[in-house]
Design a protein around this ligand. Structure first.
Ligand code: EPU
Length: 420
């Protein structure tokens, strides 16, 4: 195992190229199961999670080649319907092969993904959706076993107690593309990653109206075709680097980024005292000297994203006054609090809320990464802190940040890997 050593306290300057979106790439890769024709997908980030999805697609019978961030996925027409526990359990995103397998083969055995450190993460909305489309399912030995003679269009409300679900929307939309008749999904997730998947499916020949809205209308077609497509930039990676620039009082330019996907955070940052401007696909971040504390709640898109909550908390640790951060999407996503406090932060948790009292400075410390975004928060805190920070269990970072050390080193950060 390796750890990341960070020598903090330096301000950074330069350009960072934003990679393709992990959370857009994963369901798009799964969608290739809907066709036997070749699919060429560009701007795919080289990450542990996309590599897991490649392995899963291979295990299902696809030929997958990956070079220069471009995937070429082909098939000899023989697709297997069983998504194995070993792969699905390591990454929740793999559960979105369920919809395409069911649509294409009329049967699917997909391992249940289980919970993780950010919460219980049930799949009831996915199951409600496939049942509404006329499939029968059983849970057996940790697998969802689904069968149907023919999926049929239906009117489905897909909202849950925490709002819409990104991957349930992906699964049901993909399943509905090859169903007979019309499917209407109400309370569909509006995340840019779902819009990207919708664009991908439309380019495959699917008939979908309401792209990017909470009401998707899908008219089933008989067959989908292969295509060439580029994945959108990763808004969470861009948001992480914006927050890093703010916390380290740096001047960073992000290339290949889309500010329109980050407006909830950019608007809040204006109030905090961080200037984020954009022209075409370039974002520039410049911070004022004094920051203001702010209260935020995470919500489904277009609200403030839960995937940037931990990184935002790292910034608020260094903002004078009291900030209040509530996670309405994952009420238990607060493992990073204890680690940030080890670095001198002053945060306490009250239920689904963190109360952050800003401190003058953070100090380096050995800390433990617990999940992908919590790890990113520790990297931000480490780079802003005085002294040396050691981030252990960095494999979490490899799930979602492409060439992290290389990108950081290029803008003047002192970060390197060491064997444990
Ligand atoms: N939920 C249910 N029932 C379901 C599905 C979800 O109650 O059947 C709940 C969840 O427990 C949560 C809320 O609904 O409280 C939203 O979860 P959602 O289903 O939208 O999450 P997801 O689709 O499993 C994706 C991203 C996550 C991101 C969330 C929320 C991928 C591969 N994952 O997960 O990304 O946090 O949407 O935006 O797209 C990350 O990248 O670090 C990450 C965790």
């Amino acid at each position: 195992m390796e750890k990341l050593i960070i020598e903090g306290g330096h301000s950074l300057k330069g350009e960072i190229l934003i990679s393709g979106s992990k959370n857009a790439a994963l369901p798009i890769m799964a969608a290739t199961l809907l066709t036997d024709e070749p699919c060429i997908i560009g701007n795919v980030p080289e990450l542990r999670d996309t590599t897991t999805m490649m392995k899963l697609l291979r295990s299902l019978g696809k030929n997958v080649e990956f070079e220069n961030n471009t995937l070429t996925i082909t098939s000899n027409g023989k697709i297997n319907h069983r998504a194995d526990y070993k792969l699905v359990s390591t990454m929740r995103g793999s559960f979105c092969v369920l919809g395409p397998l069911l649509a294409k083969l009329k049967k699917a055995d997909v391992s249940l993904p289980g919970g993780c450190v950010i919460g219980v993460r049930p799949v009831d909305l996915h199951l409600k959706g496939i049942k509404a489309l006329g499939a029968k399912y059983d849970i057996d030995n940790g697998y969802v076993i689904v069968r149907t003679r023919q999926l049929k269009g239906s009117h489905i409300y897909l909202g849950g107690i925490f709002g819409s679900s990104v991957l349930a929307t992906a699964n049901i939309m993909m399943a509905a593309t090859l169903a007979t008749g019309k499917t209407i999904i109400e309370s569909a997730a509006c995340e840019p990653e779902i819009e990207d998947l919708t664009n991908f499916l439309i380019k495959m020949g699917a008939k979908i109206e309401g792209r990017g809205s909470p009401r998707l209308v899908i008219t089933g077609v008989k067959k989908l075709n292969g295509l060439k497509y580029d994945v959108i930039p990763d808004r969470i990676e861009a948001g992480t680097y914006i927050l890093l620039a703010a916390a380290t009082k740096s001047f960073l330019t992000l290339k290949n980024a889309d500010i329109s996907h980050l407006m909830a955070m950019v608007d809040l940052l204006k109030y905090v005292g961080v200037n984020v401007v954009s022209e075409k696909n370039i974002i520039r971040v410049k911070s004022k000297k004094n920051f203001q504390p702010v209260s935020i709640s995470t919500f489904p898109y277009p609200g403030f994203p839960t995937d940037l909550q931990a990184q935002f908390m790292a910034l608020m640790c260094l903002t004078p006054g009291v900030s209040v951060i509530t996670d309405k999407v994952y009420p238990d996503r607060f493992i990073h609090i204890a680690e940030l406090n080890r670095m001198g932060a002053n945060i306490r948790r009250e239920g689904t809320t963190a109360i952050v009292e800003g401190v003058k400075e953070l100090h380096g410390a050995p800390v433990m990464a617990s999940d992908l975004r919590a790890s990113a928060a520790l990297v931000i805190a480490g780079l802003a802190a005085r002294g040396k920070t050691e981030v252990h269990r960095i494999y979490h970072l490899e799930r979602g940040y492409e060439r992290l050390e290389e990108k950081l080193t290029a803008v003047g950060a002192k970060v390197y890997r060491q064997k444990e």
